[in-house]
Design a protein around this ligand. Structure first.
Ligand code: NAP
Length: 224
């Protein structure tokens, strides 16, 4: 097995935090680089953190050089404050990072979008997620893995009213979602992060879109 390097953006977030832990635990990676806005209170022999300005990504191109590039970035409309600011975090930054990564030889790009991502959707959120899927899919990576989770479950430091309601509803409704509706079941952020790191090891080449029930099944089959 070849030892690889990973780059992670969004490591301070709910899913990104779990992803960082799984990357550091993985024997596939001997170096894990994170690009952050504020340093994380985390030290590890494999970990290299860089505080950067995401509006000047080109300036940090020399850091975006890993074999596998993981993107767990995202914001909410209330945090971002405007549609433009939301678009920047959920589409422009991931696209810029992906372009620099592929230019610098990264082989795999893994990104979380969301269930319902569709650039022609009536809903702005789904359109933005669809746009980022379309733009990164055109880049010449060996493998692209687009994760489309349903509502994410997990403990957040910061209270988010909308998501708290979504989580509570998601947990109640999930057992009734069967057959083709299974992909709408709420999913633990930890499950999404595990499956991201797992698929980087053995996922097929090309563009791969993974719906929420598929993400859950990767975890169920492989988590010991
Ligand atoms: N929440 C859900 O139910 C849900 C459902 C489906 C899909 N998703 C998607 O799944 C992905 C992961 O979600 P999550 O809830 O785990 O994310 P999260 O906890 O909100 O974390 C978001 C990450 O993005 C970073 N970020 C936000 N604004 C930024 C900016 N302006 N510049 C640089 N970095 C910025 C944050 O860094 P800071 O700590 O510096 O802010 C953090 O590391 C997102 O794309 C989200 O849209 C979420």
């Amino acid at each position: 097995m070849n030892i690889r390097s990973a780059l992670l953006v969004g490591a301070s977030g709910l899913t990104g935090g779990h992803c960082l832990r799984f990357l550091l635990e993985s024997d596939l990676y001997d170096k894990v680089t994170t690009l952050v806005r504020k340093p994380l209170p985390r030290e590890h022999e494999k970990l290299q953190q860089h505080v950067i300005d995401f509006d000047k990504l080109e300036k940090y191109s020399h850091l975006i050089t890993a074999n596998d590039t993981f993107c767990c970035l995202g914001t909410t409309m209330s945090q971002a404050g405007s549609k433009d600011a939301f678009y920047k975090v959920d589409c422009t930054y991931p696209h810029e990072i992906a372009k620099l990564a592929v230019k610098n030889g990264s082989e795999r790009f893994l990104i979380i979008t969301a269930i319902g991502a569709n650039s022609r959707s009536l809903f702005f959120y789904n359109r933005v997620k669809g746009d980022v899927e379309n733009t990164v899919s055109k880049l010449p990576f060996k493998g692209i893995y687009i994760f489309r989770p349903s509502i994410l479950l997990g403990h957040r430091e910061k209270f988010r009213r909308g998501e708290k309601l979504g989580m509570s509803l998601g947990k109640k409704v999930s057992p009734f979602l069967v057959g083709p509706f299974k992909k709408y079941r709420a999913i633990e952020a930890e499950v999404v992060a595990f499956s991201l790191v797992h698929i980087a090891r053995e996922g097929p080449d090309g563009v791969n879109i993974l719906e929420s029930d598929h993400i859950q099944s990767i975890y169920d089959k492989n988590r010991k």
